[in-house]
Every structure is written in structure tokens, then in C-alpha cells.
Design a protein around this ligand. Structure first.
Ligand SMILES: C[S@@+](CC[C@H](N)C(=O)[O-])C[C@H]1O[C@@H](n2cnc3c(N)ncnc32)[C@H](O)[C@@H]1O
Length: 423
């Protein structure tokens, strides 16, 4: 039987099993949540709901796929300690910066930098060249000059005052400027240059100035608020190796990557190249690390997928393999990787504490994959109990997962609420 859709501003504290919500709030950008348009973020209402329901001040809250830091920001806003894991260096920068308040002196310094960075002297290109093979496809000559000037000036600030908080804040503003002054389409999470809708990019000097003053205002409005703290404790959710926190975490909340739906590394490549975190020449190394990676060597996918022991998954893999061998292996690898992350989260959680996971169903080559059902079975096998399950409809297009050509848009997200029971 289909459940009734309930419109809510916030998820109620007590939720009936199998409820379906439409979350109507547009309030998703307060404090630092609006810093940088990170693809496929979840709405802050989800981690906030879990944090308020399951934790107390000073508790540890973990997000193993921290992304833009939505969980960590909610943790610090509620005076908890946020622990993040993400292999993406831009994600790590966002997590650190978005969870750190700035002093009046730091705010004044950044404001002054913003007012003067394009004023004094002439703008000249620095020696830095981002590792992008076809840079002129993405940026005009003038914007390349302005961006490299900006990057050098930000670096000089660090050399001069050695203040990581100021430096990271400026880098986040720089990262948020990149897409605006590129030819890449503004509305698609993946960078591509549309031949139908010719974009007129902003000039870096005006884009940076606007971003920086708007982010400063947000930080400034929270300067009297007492915050918790957050840190990145590891890079790979499949191998966290943080014995210091074993058995100490009060709550884990996360939204893992979607199978075969979104390539974060490709999507964030312009920003990462300008920040010099990775570029076109070493992008493959980073793509391989993603849970849900599409990099599967042909010598592997020329063979049938080996049985996983999960009857339903094996039958689905068999059907996908008949249509697309590589994709069958991608799906299998996704569940293997997620299984490793379940083991890692289990080690870190306190006994009887909750693990809230947000995940969408997928359709691969026309075959429906009930990702949440399969993950529930995997989690039970690793010492979790299913406590609750509900779903919500996603209204904001940017927060949805586009999967052109491979089965439309994931319409709703499942929220799986587990309890750690063994160990
Ligand atoms: C759906 S996003 C998380 C978005 C996050 N909830 C937010 O609101 O910004 C998934 C994240 O998983 C990260 N990721 C993918 N594979 C990973 C791995 N092996 N270890 C850690 N993080 C990984 C990606 O870099 C991406 O940031």
C-alpha cells in the first residue's frame, strides 16, 4: 500500500515507519551551509533531526562521506564535535572552513583583502597554470589572468600572516568563484560547455568580490554564537583507521555516493585544478578512490561477476551483466565498498548508538536496484539492527542526482535509521 505524502517544514522528532515526507523549507543556506555549490548535498534538516534526537552537547558525530560538510556544520552549530571522512581535498577544505568561526580581526583582514586585491598595481598572470588540458575551452584569457593573480595574492596572504583560518576562507571564496567565471553551464552539477546556451561568464574580479562579501556577512552574523568543533579524521571511508575514536561516536549520519550516478571527481575538476589538488594528468588516481567508481579494468569485467551471497543482488547483477558487463561490476563494487564502510562505522560507534544513512534507489540499464533494501541486509550482517525507515521527496533540483541517459532522476531519498547492536 502506498503511504500518504506528508508536507512538513522539519522532520518531526518521532517518525512512523515508512512515512513519506515532502520537506517544504527553503531554509537550507543559513550560517555557512550556502558556501560553495557542492553537488548532491543533503539538506541540513536531515542531520539536524538526527543530531537533536540522538546526541547531547560535546558528543562525537561522524559523517563518513562528509562532502561539503552539512553534517559537520550542524554538529558544530549544536555544540557537538563533528568528525568527517572524505578523500576529496576540496571537501576537506570546505569541512574545515565551514565549521570555523572567525574573529572580528580576521573578518576585518579578509574584508580589506577583498577591497584591495584587484586595486593595487597591475594584474599580471602568475607562474601557476592549472593542470587542465584544454583550459581555453573553459576560461577566457582575461579570466585566466585574473584567477592566477587571485591565487597568488591569496598564497601571499598565507606567507605573510600564517593564519590558516583566513587562508582557508579565502580559498573557499576562490573555489566558489571558479565556476561562475568559466564557460561551464551554471545549472548542471557536471562541468560542460553548452553549445546551445552560450554563457557570458562573470569576470573573476567581480565574482570573487561578491562571493567574499556575501560569505563574510554570513560568518559575521554568527560571530557571537558558541560553536562546537569539527575535524577530518580520515580520507577513505572504507579504511578509516582512527582507533582514538573507536567505540566513542554517539551518532553517524551520512549520504553515500549513488551507484553509477555521480562522478564527484569529474564534477569538481575545474575547482580542484585551480586549487592544485588534482588535475587532468592525475584525475584517474582520484576517480579510482570513489565509492561507486566507474573505473573497472576490462580484464575484470570480461568475466562474470562472482556471487556476492546476497540472493536478490546476485539475480540483479546477472540481469545487468546480460545488458552491460561493466555496469554489473560497477554495481557489485559499490556494494563491496559500502560493506567495508559499514564495518568501519560499526567500529567507531558506541554500542546502541544510531547510524542514519540517506540513500536513493537506482535504475541501471532499465533494472531497478533497491539500494536501501540491499544495504539494510548488509548492515544487519555487520551488527546493526534496523530501527526505522522513511523517505522524503527532494524539491531542489540541484540537490537531486541527474543521470541523463541512464534512467532519469532519483526521485526520493530513503532515510535508514540503524542501531549498532553487536560489539
Ligand atoms: C553524496 S556526497 C556527500 C554530500 C554531503 N552529505 C553534503 O551534504 O555535502 C558523497 C561524498 O562521498 C565522497 N566519497 C566518495 N568515495 C569516498 C571514499 N572512498 N571515502 C570517503 N569519501 C568518499 C565524495 O567525495 C562525496 O563528497
Amino acid at each position: 500500500m502506498k503511504n500518504k505524502l506528508v508536507q512538513v517544514e522539519e522532520i518531526p522528532s518521532d517518525v512512523d515507519f515508512n512515512s513519506v515526507f515532502e520537506i517544504t523549507t527553503n531554509n537550507v543556506s543559513y550560517f555557512t551551509h550556502g558556501f560553495f555549490k557542492y553537488p548532491c548535498k543533503f539538506i541540513p534538516q536531515i542531520p539536524r533531526w538526527a543530531i537533536l534526537k540522538y546526541t547531547n552537547e560535546k558528543d562525537y558525530v561522524l559523517d563518513t562521506f562528509a562532502g561539503s560538510g552539512t553534517t559537520l556544520v550542524e554538529a558544530v552549530l549544536h555544540k557537538r564535535y563533528g568528525l568527517g571522512v572524505d578523500f576529496d581535498k576540496l571537501s576537506q577544505l570546505l569541512c574545515k572552513t565551514k565549521t570555523t568561526g572567525l574573529s572580528q580581526k580576521q573578518i576585518a583582514y579578509i574584508d580589506n583583502f577583498n577591497k584591495n586585491v584587484f586595486k593595487k598595481g597591475t594584474i599580471s598572470p602568475s607562474a601557476f597554470k592549472p593542470d587542465l588540458h584544454n583550459i581555453h575551452h573553459w576560461f577566457s584569457r582575461n579570466n585566466i589572468i585574473q584567477l592566477s593573480h587571485l591565487k597568488e595574492k591569496i598564497h601571499k596572504v598565507y606567507l605573510r600572516i600564517k593564519d590558516k583560518k583566513v587562508y582557508n576562507f579565502l580559498l573557499v571564496c576562490f573555489a566558489a568563484t571558479i565556476r561562475k567565471c568559466s564557460y561551464a553551464d551554471d545549472n548542471s552539477p557536471k562541468p560542460y560547455v553548452s553549445s546551445r546556451f552560450i554563457k557570458k561568464p562573470l569576470m573573476a574580479r567581480e565574482a570573487f568580490t561578491k562571493v567574499c562579501s556575501s560569505y563574510l556577512k554570513r560568518i559575521d552574523s554568527f560571530k557571537t554564537k558558541k560553536l562546537g568543533r569539527a575535524m577530518i579524521i580520515a580520507e577513505d571511508a572504507r579504511n578509516i583507521n582512527a582507533p582514538k575514536y573507536a567505540g566513542k561516536v554517539a551518532l553517524a549520519v551520512t549520504s553515500p555516493p549513488y551507484i553509477n550516478a555521480f562522478d564527484y571527481v569529474r564534477s569538481l575538476r575545474l575547482e580542484n585544478a585551480w586549487l592544485d589538488y588534482y588535475g587532468d594528468s592525475n584525475i584517474l588516481k582520484f576517480k579510482r578512490r570513489q565509492v561507486g567508481t566507474e573505473i573497472i579494468p576490462s580484464e575484470i569485467y570480461c568475466h562474470k561477476t562472482k556471487p556476492t551471497g546476497h540472493r536478490k543482488l546476485d539475480s540483479l547483477l546477472h540481469q545487468i551483466y546480460k545488458k552491460d558487463r561493466k555496469r554489473a561490476h560497477i554495481v557489485k563494487k559499490f556494494f563491496e565498498d559500502m560493506d567495508s564502510t559499514l564495518i568501519e562505522v560499526h567500529k567507531l560507534l558506541k554500542n546502541k548508538s544510531h547510524y542514519v544513512m540517506v540513500i536513493g534507489a537506482n535504475r541501471i540499464r532499465g533494472i531497478n536496484i533497491p539500494t536501501h533494501e540491499i544495504l539494510i541486509d548488509y548492515a544487519i550482517n555487520r551488527g546493526f539492527k534496523l530501527h526505522n525507515l522513511f523517505s522524503y521527496i527532494i524539491k531542489n533540483r540541484y540537490l537531486r542526482i541527474p543521470r541523463s541517459g541512464r534512467g532519469g532522476i532519483i526521485k526520493r531519498d530513503w532515510v535508514i535509521d540503524f542501531i549498532k547492536i553487536n560489539g
